[in-house]
Write a protein that binds this ligand. Structure first.
Ligand code: NG6
Ligand code: CA
Length: 504
C-alpha cells in the first residue's frame, strides 16, 4: 500500500469520525409550566431535584434561556416551526379538539432530524391540534398530526391533562379504542350522560378552584375542560400518565439505539391537574405540585439511567427546558398555594405563567453532552425558537428562505463554546416585549395588570415599561421616563421585527 493511499485513508477516517461526532442522539426533555426557581440547581431550597442537578452539573446551565411565550401552545408552535407564534393567527392555548396548527409543508424541528437520516419520535404532551378540522372522528385515524410534521413515531395525549379527550394516541390513533363504546368530544355543549364537575361536584376527588372552569366531564374523579363520552376503556388514570410516557420513551431509546435518533420527551408535570403516582404523594411536603416536580425529576433520572445502560450516554445531546413559567393555582384546589411553604417557583423573577414579566418566559435550561459540552454556566441569550436553525447547522441541513423565519443558529452558545447568544429577543404573553443588551421594553397595552384567579402580575400597563435586567432582574424599577431614547429605540426595533415578517 502506498504512503499516499494510507494518508488518504487516515484523512477519510478522521473526517468520518468528526462527522459521526456531530451526529449525536438528541433528547429534548420539555416540561410543562416549570418555573425558573423550581429546581435546586436554580436556587430552590424547599425542594430538591437531584437528577436535574446532576444533569446541570455535567452540562451547561443557562441563566437567560427562554420559551418564546408565556403559555403552552405558542411556545410549542415556535419550537416546532422556528417562527415566532405571534406572527400566526390561531396559535393561542388550544382546546382539545382543535385542528393541527403546525404547517405540514414547512421545515420543522423533527423534520430537520428526519432529513438528516435520524429516527424521530415524540412521547408526551402535544397541544398543537390534530386533524384538518375541529369536527373529527376520534374513533379512526386522525391526520394530520405529529407523524405528518416530522415524527416517525408518536405517543401523545392530544392537548393538556386538564382537557378532554383524556386518552393516549399512538401514531394518530386513540389507544384502546372500543368500537362498541365510541368516543365523542365537544367543547361547546355536553355530549353523553356522564356527570360533570358543575352538576356533581360531590363526585370529585380534587375540587376545581372557584371560577376557573374545569367543571365539565369528570374523568378519574377530576373535572375537565370540555365534554366527552365513550372510550371508557381508553381513558387514562392521571396517576399513571407519567409512568406510561416514561416507559414509551425508554422503549423508543432501546429500540433505536443502533441509529441516531431524536426524541422529544414532553412531560406533563407540573401542569394541572397535578395527580402524582402513589409513591410520590406527599413526598415534597409542598402539596401535589411539589410532588409532581419530584416525580418529573425522577423520570429524568430514569432516562439518564437508560441512556447509560444502553451505552448511549456519551453520544447523546440532552436539552432540558420548560414551555412557560410557573403558576400555583391554575384551576384546582391541590394545595399548591396553601402548602407553598416559602417555595418561590419563579425564583427572583417577577410574574409567572401568562406574564410579560420575566417569569413568564425565562425558564430553566440545561444542555448536556458528556465529553463534548464543557460543564459550566452561561448567560448567553437563547430562545427555544432557535433550536431548529441550531440543529440544522449541526446536521448540515440547508433551510429554505421561508423556513424557520425567526430561528437563529445558536449552536456554539448551546454547546457552551461561546457566551455570545442572541442580540435581540422578542417575548410574548399576549403583549410583546423586546430584550436587547439587557434592556427590556414592554409594549403598552390594554390588558389587565393582574390576574386574580391565578394571583399573577401579567406585566400589562397602558404606559411603556423599560427595565434594566442587569441590575433589576425582578423588574421593579420602570426606567421609561428616565430613558425616553431607549424606549424609542426598542419600540422602533420591535415594530420593524413585526413588519419584516422574519428575524433570522
Ligand atoms: C387556561 C386554563 C389553565 C390551563 C391553561 C393552559 C382556565 C381558567 N385556565 O385557560 O388551567 O389549562 O389554559 O396551560 O381555563 S398551558 O400550559 O397548556 O398553556
Ligand atoms: Ca405550559
Amino acid at each position: 500500500m502506498s504512503i499516499r493511499f494510507l494518508l488518504l485513508l487516515a484523512i477519510l477516517s478522521m473526517a468520518s469520525f468528526a462527522y459521526a461526532q456531530q451526529r449525536p442522539n438528541v433528547v429534548l426533555i420539555y416540561v410543562d409550566d416549570l418555573g425558573y426557581g423550581d429546581m435546586s440547581s436554580y436556587g430552590a431550597s424547599k425542594i430538591k431535584t437531584p437528577n436535574l442537578d446532576k444533569l446541570a452539573a455535567q452540562g451547561v446551565r443557562f441563566t437567560r434561556g427562554y420559551a418564546t411565550s408565556a403559555t403552552c401552545t405558542p411556545s410549542r408552535y415556535a419550537l416546532m416551526t422556528g417562527e415566532y407564534p405571534w406572527r400566526k393567527q390561531g396559535t393561542g392555548v388550544l382546546p382539545g379538539d382543535a385542528a393541527l396548527v403546525v404547517p405540514i409543508d414547512k421545515m420543522t424541528l423533527p423534520g430537520v432530524f428526519k432529513k438528516a437520516g435520524y429516527t424521530t419520535a415524540i412521547v408526551g404532551k402535544w397541544h398543537l391540534g390534530l386533524g384538518e378540522a375541529v369536527e373529527k372522528n376520534w374513533n379512526g385515524d386522525i391526520k394530520p398530526g405529529p407523524n405528518e410534521v416530522g415524527f416517525d413515531y408518536s405517543f401523545i395525549f392530544p392537548a393538556t391533562a386538564d382537557r378532554v379527550p383524556t386518552v393516549f394516541m399512538e401514531n394518530g390513533r386513540v389507544l384502546g379504542l372500543d368500537p362498541a363504546d365510541p368516543i365523542q368530544v365537544n367543547y361547546r355543549e355536553k355530549v353523553g350522560q356522564e356527570p360533570t364537575g358543575k352538576e356533581n361536584p360531590e363526585l370529585l376527588k380534587m375540587k376545581a378552584s372557584p371560577n376557573h372552569g374545569h367543571d365539565n366531564t369528570i374523568v378519574n374523579g377530576i373535572g375537565r375542560i370540555g365534554y366527552m363520552s365513550g372510550g371508557t376503556k381508553a381513558r387514562w388514570t392521571d396517576e399513571e400518565v407519567p409512568l406510561t410516557f416514561l416507559q414509551k420513551a425508554k422503549d423508543f431509546i432501546v429500540e433505536n439505539k443502533k441509529q441516531p435518533f431524536f426524541l422529544f420527551y414532553s412531560l406533563t408535570e407540573p401542569h394541572v391537574p397535578r395527580m402524582p403516582s402513589t409513591y410520590f404523594k406527599g413526598k415534597s411536603e409542598l402539596g401535589y405540585r411539589g410532588d409532581v416536580i419530584l416525580q418529573m425529576d425522577w423520570a429524568v433520572g430514569e432516562i439518564l439511567k437508560e441512556l447509560e445502560l444502553q451505552g448511549l450516554a456519551k453520544n447523546t445531546f440532552i436539552i432540558f427546558t420548560s414551555d412557560n413559567g410557573p403558576v400555583l393555582d391554575d384551576g384546582y384546589e391541590d394545595e399548591a398555594v396553601t402548602k407553598q411553604n416559602g417555595h418561590m417557583p419563579a425564583g427572583p423573577l417577577r410574574g409567572g405563567k401568562y406574564s410579560a414579566f420575566e417569569a413568564g418566559t425565562r425558564v430553566p435550561w440545561i444542555v448536556s453532552w458528556p465529553g463534548k459540552v464543557k460543564p459550566g454556566e452561561s448567560d448567553a441569550l437563547i430562545s427555544q425558537v432557535d433550536l431548529l436553525a441550531s440543529f440544522a447547522s449541526m446536521l448540515r441541513q440547508q433551510l429554505g428562505t421561508t423556513d424557520a423565519p425567526d430561528s437563529q443558529n445558536m449552536l456554539l452558545a448551546l454547546s457552551g463554546k461561546s457566551k455570545q447568544g442572541r442580540n435581540i429577543l422578542v417575548q410574548h404573553a399576549g403583549t410583546l416585549a423586546i430584550v436587547k443588551d439587557n434592556w427590556k421594553y414592554i409594549e403598552p397595552g390594554k390588558g389587565p395588570a393582574y390576574n386574580k384567579l391565578t394571583d399573577i402580575e401579567l406585566g400589562n400597563s397602558p404606559e411603556p415599561q423599560l427595565y434594566d435586567l442587569s441590575k433589576d432582574i425582578g423588574e421593579r424599577h420602570n426606567l421609561a421616563e428616565q430613558h425616553p431614547e431607549k424606549v424609542k429605540e426598542l419600540s422602533k426595533l420591535l415594530q420593524e421585527i413585526k413588519q419584516k415578517g422574519n428575524s433570522r
